[in-house]
Write a protein that binds this ligand. Structure first.
Ligand code: MFK
Length: 421
């Protein structure tokens, strides 16, 4: 019998969906190595491999069989994806064009040598970023530069604004995936994109207010309020939006900060200065990389208190997602302070979920953990923190939790979404 790889779903799936991988037609207890590879849009190769042994009938199902070593060990049905590692040092897997899939190549090799064994079977699978029927609408309205992703159907859908952090541009992949779950999601650029400012020296919240009003007045967006989703500096901006602006019902902050950073934040006649940066506190790790987790001044002491975002003004319901090994800044401390401040002012206590051994860059499921890459502010590679497996599990859980949270608070529904690692 010729060995074959079988994938469920076959041929194509969405990037955030679990993929069933099995092999048939092997010899009983045959040792094999499975290899996965994909190339990003800049041509960088990402690879993972794991050693397995077929069962007594010559079958191998990654949902049941433990990996015996390689890029990961144990029962890890999605290990070949979350354990992908870049060949190029300090390279992060980024999806730039959401119209096209990442193409994953899977190979089964005889024996336990990742590069030596005879090729027994091969499959190619497309991992897409837009579920069937999702629509991509570029937005250039007034000052707003964004891309709106609408689910199939007429709606109206619960609306969400999605923000990334330092580096700017207009990353769309998280918004496009989330639109596949029934939300109208607008990825919003705010600097280093199109005709927007090239830096973040001054952030005017009026720009974000315009974006909120645009989304709320869209005929396919359900009111009365919208949701916000942001990571890192983007999470911190969501906190400022929820504190100063109207029309925001629910916000998910992934590793955000309690205080304003980088540039001045202005809204009407109010200004928050940025937290002070102490570049001399950059530490060098044993791998020669930079750890910036101590560079920001403590916002609850001395003059830096002026940078604190006045969360107590907010009537938004918050979900704070925290990587406990965030090496970019002190996300757990910030989340606890946000929670204390809201409670002290009689506001709704936020839901805080802390993930152990999880770093700064919590992405949608199956994006491989990135140890370190170029940080646009410091101009050098910085570590993000986390351990690959724990970080991967956190990404799957966080993705489910944020969907459940948004469905509950924007849609009035309690739905449970299921995903497997
Ligand atoms: C005040 C101090 C604060 C201290 C605490 C910091 C807390 C952290 C705050 C954060 O916000 S951290 C990270 C969260 N980051 C994001 O959410 C960023 C989202 N944006 C991006 O990922 C990028 O900016 C984006 C891909 C959108 C950039 O796109 P570009 O089209 O501008 O990238 P381009 O291809 O021109 O490459 C720019 C640089 O990135 C590098 N680069 C590009 N793709 C890369 C990749 N895939 N992996 C690693 N590096 C990459 C590239 O080599 C190049 O380096 P050089 O300038 O040295 O040539």
């Amino acid at each position: 019998m010729v060995p074959t790889v079988s994938l469920k779903p076959a041929g194509r799936s969405c990037w955030d969906e679990p993929l069933g991988i099995s092999v048939h037609g092997l010899a009983p207890e045959q040792p094999v190595t499975l290899r996965a590879a994909l190339r990003d849009e800049k041509g960088a190769l990402f690879r993972a491999h794991a050693r397995y042994r077929a069962d007594d009938h010559g079958g191998l199902d990654l949902a049941r069989a433990p990996a015996l070593g390689g890029s990961f060990a144990g029962i890890e049905p999605m290990g070949l994806l979350w354990a992908l590692e870049p060949e190029r040092p300090l390279w992060r897997l980024i999806k730039r064009d959401v119209w096209t899939p990442f193409v994953v190549e899977l190979e089964v090799l005889d024996g336990h040598e990742p590069d030596g064994g005879r090729l027994l079977a091969r499959a190619v699978h497309e991992r897409h970023f837009m579920a069937p029927g999702v629509r991509r609408v570029p937005v250039r309205e007034g000052r707003v530069r964004a891309t709106l992703f609408l689910p199939p159907g007429n709606g109206p859908f619960p609306g969400i604004i999605d923000l990334f952090g330092i580096g700017g541009g207009l990353p769309e992949y998280r918004a496009s995936l989330l639109a596949g779950k029934g939300f109208a999601v607008m990825a919003l650029a705010y600097y280093n994109y199109d005709d927007l400012p090239k830096d973040m020296d001054i952030i005017h919240l009026e720009y974000f207010e315009e974006a909120v009003n645009y989304l709320l007045s869209h005929p396919q967006v359900k009111g009365p309020g919208i949701g916000l989703l942001g990571i890192s500096r983007g999470g911190e901006l969501c906190l400022s939006m929820a504190s100063f602006l109207k029309g925001i019902t629910a916000a998910v902050i992934i590793n955000g900060s309690l205080a304003n950073v980088v540039g001045k934040l202005c809204y009407k006649d109010e200004t928050l200065p940025p937290l002070r940066v102490n570049a001399d506190r950059i530490r060098v790790t044993k791998d020669g990389l930079s750890d910036i987790s101590d560079v920001l001044s403590c916002p609850i002491e001395g003059p830096d208190q002026k940078s604190i975002i006045p969360v107590e003004r907010s009537d938004t319901t918050f979900l704070l997602l925290v990587g406990q090994d965030d090496r970019n800044w002190k996300s757990e401390f910030y989340a606890n302070e946000i929670s204390k401040r809201l409670e002290a002012h009689g506001k709704e206590k936020p839901q805080v979920i802390c993930y152990p051994e999880t770093g700064h860059y919590i992405e949608p499921p199956y994006f491989p953990w990135c140890k370190a890459s170029l940080h646009a502010y410091f101009g050098k590679p910085v570590v993000f923190g986390g351990e690959p497996r724990a970080h991967a599990m956190a990404q799957v859980d966080a993705w489910q939790k944020l969907q459940t949270f948004f469905h509950k608070h924007l849609d009035g529904e309690v739905r449970t979404t299921l995903a497997k690692l």
